[in-house]
Design a protein around this ligand. Structure first.
Ligand code: HEM
Length: 379
């Protein structure tokens, strides 16, 4: 069997599956943040808000300000979780909180949002040690509802804040990511949810060792009336025909479908969300082309269990593939691209950055061309 780019042997891989690989790409000399600084989002927001606020100093204000931020945050969170936030089209300029007047955020402001998101991702108590994968999935599900014919759906609007969209089966589990980002939203109240969720997905990809994803702001938050109907996101139990129907509707071709699917190098399935179980790769918090390599190089068989039909790798039985993942090697046209990406990680990164960046822009009437490339915390 051709070798997979892992340093672990198959046996040791199996035995040592509980690693926290995010650390692997974050342990460079430039990364000095101690693990102990990871706190609950709200508390961390208060602390960081104080630290970067810069306008106050002295004893008592140290107590008052975090408390004040905490109260604002708590009120905002209450409004958020009860769908009470002001609806239609709250853009960055709608909140003049930072200056008391119109506030036009700069690239540095967005980089600060990026940094705060990056700081929340690593958490040893969650899944494989990172919220990165579920944050990527939030950005993708917020965007992948786009319909190029009716020009509805897409990342503009962040309508997954509202039922019924938040309750669509495909979005099960994404509350975790939305709640995680709520502290960042309260701290940088000028940013729209729709810009925040997509920026956070970019941060997650970059922080998990993926390519730089050029990103631009300009999304506005919509209201509940802009929720998309159920059924616009792909169903993992289906085949290649379904994949083409869903992704062609967004405007993506075969090569782009395969490139986007490489995100399944990340994260895992959860029985209490999709019903499926397990990760696709041995390093679910590192973006690599391993998904394609494993698809081609491992033997896959139906998993014998009492759950939805899925595949497992024959040799370790610790990895999974959905029927839609297997469709990428069953279908001749899709398979060509799987083979290209399995051979060439740089090509995968280049194509992934391009198509993921465009996915996050679906349905957004931008008025600016300029895109930002954010510094990763490891840069
Ligand atoms: C090709 C069609 C796709 C299907 C059928 C599909 C289906 C699924 C399913 C069933 C899960 C498991 C959810 C759970 O139980 O927590 C999942 C997770 C995930 N998907 Fe996809 N997906 C597709 C495409 C994509 C794309 C295009 C991206 C991003 C570019 C993506 C990113 C992810 C990530 C990062 C996770 C892991 C989430 C976590 O660990 O919580 N998927 N997907």
């Amino acid at each position: 069997m051709a070798s997979i780019a892992h340093t672990l042997t198959r046996a040791s891989r199996k035995a040592s599956f509980t690693f926290t690989p995010l650390r692997r790409n974050l342990t460079t000399a430039t990364r000095t943040r101690p693990t102990a600084s990871i706190a609950t989002p709200i508390r961390q927001t208060g602390r960081r808000g104080y630290a970067s606020g810069g306008s106050t100093s002295g004893g008592s204000s140290k107590i008052v300000i975090p408390l004040g931020l905490g109260l604002i945050g708590a009120a905002g969170y209450y409004a958020y979780s009860n769908d009470l936030l002001p609806p239609a089209f709250s853009g960055a300029q709608a909140s003049g909180l930072k200056t008391g007047g119109a506030f036009t955020p700069t690239k540095d402001d967005f980089q600060r949002v990026y940094n705060d998101v990056a700081e929340l991702l690593e958490n040893n108590d969650y899944d494989d040690g990172s919220y990165g994968p579920v944050v990527v999935r939030l950005g993708w599900h917020a965007s992948g509802t786009y319909d190029k014919e009716t020009k509805t759906g897409g990342s503009n609007g962040a309508t997954m804040r509202f039922a019924p969209e938040s309750e669509h089966g495909a979005n099960a589990g994404l509350k975790t990511a939305r709640d995680l980002l709520e502290g960042v939203k309260q701290k940088h109240s000028w940013i729209t949810y729709s810009d925040l969720w997509t920026l956070a997905a970019v941060a997650a990809i970059q922080e998990m060792g993926g390519p730089k994803i050029p990103w631009r702001p300009g999304r506005k938050d919509g209201d509940v009336s802009a929720c998309t109907p159920d059924g616009r996101l792909p169903d993992g139990s289906k085949d290649q025909k379904h994949l083409r129907t869903i992704f062609n509707r967004m405007g993506f071709n075969d090569q782009e479908i395969v490139a986007l699917s490489g995100a399944h190098a990340l994260g895992r399935c959860h029985t209490d969300r999709s019903g499926f179980v397990g990760p696709w790769t041995f390093s679910p918090t590192m973006l690599t082309n391993d998904y394609y390599k494993l698809l081609l190089e491992e033997k896959w068989a139906w998993k014998k269990w009492n759950g939805p039909k899925q595949f497992e790798d024959v040799s370790t039985k610790s990895l999974m593939m959905l029927p839609t993942d297997m469709a990428l090697i069953k279908d001749k046209e899709f398979r060509k691209h799987v083979e290209r990406y399995a051979k060439d990680n740089d090509l995968f990164f280049k194509d992934f950055a391009d198509v993921f960046g465009r996915l996050l822009e679906l349905g957004v009437p931008f008025d600016k061309e300029e895109k930002f490339i954010f510094k990763a915390t490891t840069d």
